[in-house]
Design a protein around this ligand. Structure first.
Ligand code: PXP
Length: 258
């Protein structure tokens, strides 16, 4: 069953809207961990629009599950990562004007820069993952670099309209996943995943980690973060085995007793 990495950036987005201390992403991470999250994902953007350096340091000290830091190829943020030592670094493209990460890293075009970043990760014994679109050329380039993990961008699949578009995008994810698994690269996916569209992605053979943020935080506004995380865990469990789904749902019921 794939791990669930809960992306808590948007808890910080809400905090930054008022410039105060609440809601606190560290508290959110603790609640998510208690609800069964297998990891906490944050994106420390160059413009620091949501997660701050302090959050990264406090999270490193507060949580017991995997801390996955999404970051651009910025040397300044890498220096911080070397000091704080997240469990995994996921390299993403970053543009100042974008609302969220819009596409995958251009591994073909940025091969040398990415290769030297991976080498620096090795030097410091840090796990490196590349966030890429499920395009054959990008997948091949990532495999050639021998990175530890690849996170496939599921945004095109999530935004596809109509069953035809959905099938085409899902087929691209399936093909890319098979290529990566055959090459022995750990397979992750994320972006735009929701309670409704996660099942087929979670069921892709070899899928090891799903990073999901917006849908969980948005749902938490109405049902609370604990329940929002448990619901997503249940969807992932049910996708990989119906029996696991039943066990997860029963466990969630028990946890909801006071
Ligand atoms: N994975 C990566 C690499 C991302 O950049 C993001 C968005 O920050 C996510 C996963 C989570 O996407 P969403 O918030 O749409 O679930």
């Amino acid at each position: 069953m794939p791990r669930l990495g809960v992306n808590i950036d948007h808890v910080a987005t809400l905090r930054q809207a008022r410039g105060g201390r609440e809601p606190d992403p560290v508290q959110a991470a603790v609640v998510a961990e208690l609800a069964g999250a297998d990891g906490i994902t944050i994106h420390l953007r160059e413009d620091r629009r949501h997660i701050q350096d302090r959050d990264l340091r406090l999270l490193r000290e507060s949580i017991g599950v995997i801390l996955n830091l999404e970051m651009s190829l910025s040397p300044e943020i890498f220096e911080l990562a070397v000091v704080v030592r997240p469990d995994q670094l996921t390299f993403v493209p970053e543009r100042r004007a974008e609302l969220t990460t819009e596409g995958g890293l251009d591994v073909v075009g940025l091969r040398d820069r990415i290769a030297s970043m991976i080498a620096r990760c090795r030097e410091h014994d840090l796990i490196a993952s590349l966030f890429i679109d499920p395009d054959p050329a990008q997948v091949e380039a990532a495999i050639a670099l021998g990175v530890d993990a690849v996170e496939l961008h599921t945004g095109r699949y999530a935004n596809a309209t109509g069953s035809r578009g959905n099938e085409v995008e899902f087929a691209a994810l399936r093909r890319a996943s098979a290529q990566l698994v055959a090459a022995g690269i750990e397979l992750h996916a994320g972006h735009g995943l929701t309670l409704k569209n996660t099942t087929p992605i979670a069921a892709i053979p070899g899928m090891e980690e799903l990073n999901i943020g917006h849908a969980i935080v948005a749902r938490a506004v109405f049902v609370g973060l604990d329940r929002a995380v448990r619901e997503m865990k249940d969807v992932i469990a049910a996708a990989t085995s119906p029996i696991r789904g039943v066990i997860a749902a029963n466990a969630a019921d028990e946890r909801s007793f006071p």
